[in-house]
Design a protein around this ligand. Structure first.
Ligand code: 9D3
Length: 234
């Protein structure tokens, strides 16, 4: 069983991950566990404050170091109590390294992970200095907080845990078409509003079908994401 701890002031958002689809069933089956720590529970004032104004000025509020550091340390203690030797802490930030399938494969190999999802304009730098091993971004666009990015990262890790995907065929196909975009897919009926399924897919000739899928995937990739083909042999 993989152990995931998340630090977030919106714990209920993670029900979207644990309550649905393969990530929901994976949790029910005990493929992984997810515990969310709320920095408000580690705040030192009556109002449960977790943010304050930035030194030096600037727009918006910054998340305070103390409630976050205390949350991360509680998460680390829990991970160690579960036998995770040296749990790594990953912060989701717009300035992180881009999430890729390669990074997902690296992180899914860890027994446990702690993820930090921030809100407001940022997080006090001393949190990173003291407790964070890696910053990860989910792409060059702005969202309102780290929770959705944390769920994107978690989903990409969880579906790589052996047994989470019910069939192992999709994993084989994934590695097969590695780095290419998807070929077009069809199901019944054979004709829909005058549009027919390509004949080759009904031919039963598996070699021809495989060649067609490869050709379509390559074509689509050349057109939409030529950058994916740049550094690729074959
Ligand atoms: C200084 C201007 N903004 C940085 C681009 C401030 C800011 C905006 C949004 C700071 C944090 C956020 C909230 N976003 C995330 O926490 C985040 C994120 C993202 O916005 N895009 C891509 N990946 C990620 S991972 C976490």
């Amino acid at each position: 069983m993989k152990r995931y701890d998340v630090v977030s002031i919106f714990p209920d958002m993670f029900d979207a991950l644990t309550g649905y689809g393969v990530t929901g069933r994976g949790r029910d089956k005990g493929d992984y566990e997810l515990v969310v720590w709320n920095p408000r529970d580690f705040s030192s004032d009556q109002r449960r404050t977790v943010d304050d104004r930035p030194f030096g000025g600037g727009a918006g509020m910054v998340m305070m170091a103390e409630p976050i550091v205390r949350s991360i340390r509680a998460a680390k203690a829990r991970q160690k109590s579960c036998g995770v030797g040296d749990p790594k802490t990953v912060a989701l930030t717009p300035a992180g390294v881009p999430l890729t399938q390669r990074l997902a494969k690296t992180l899914t190999a860890m027994d446990g992970l702690i993820l930090l999802a921030g809100r407001y304009e940022g997080i006090d730098q001393r949190v990173f200095d003291l407790e964070v091993d890696l910053e990860v971004s989910v792409g060059d666009y702005v969202v309102s907080g780290g929770e959705l990015p944390a769920m994107v990262l978690l989903d990409s890790l969880i579906r790589l845990i052996p047994g989470v995907l019910n069939d192992d065929k999709s994993i084989v196909e994934e590695s097969h078409s590695d780095g290419l975009l998807e070929y077009p897919q069809y199901t019944r009926p054979e004709v829909f509003e005058g549009l027919s399924v390509p004949k080759v897919l009904l031919s039963g000739n598996h070699k021809e079908i495989d060649d067609w899928k490869k050709k379509e995937a390559l074509e689509k990739t050349k057109f939409v994401r030529p950058d994916l083909l740049e550094a690729k042999p074959g």
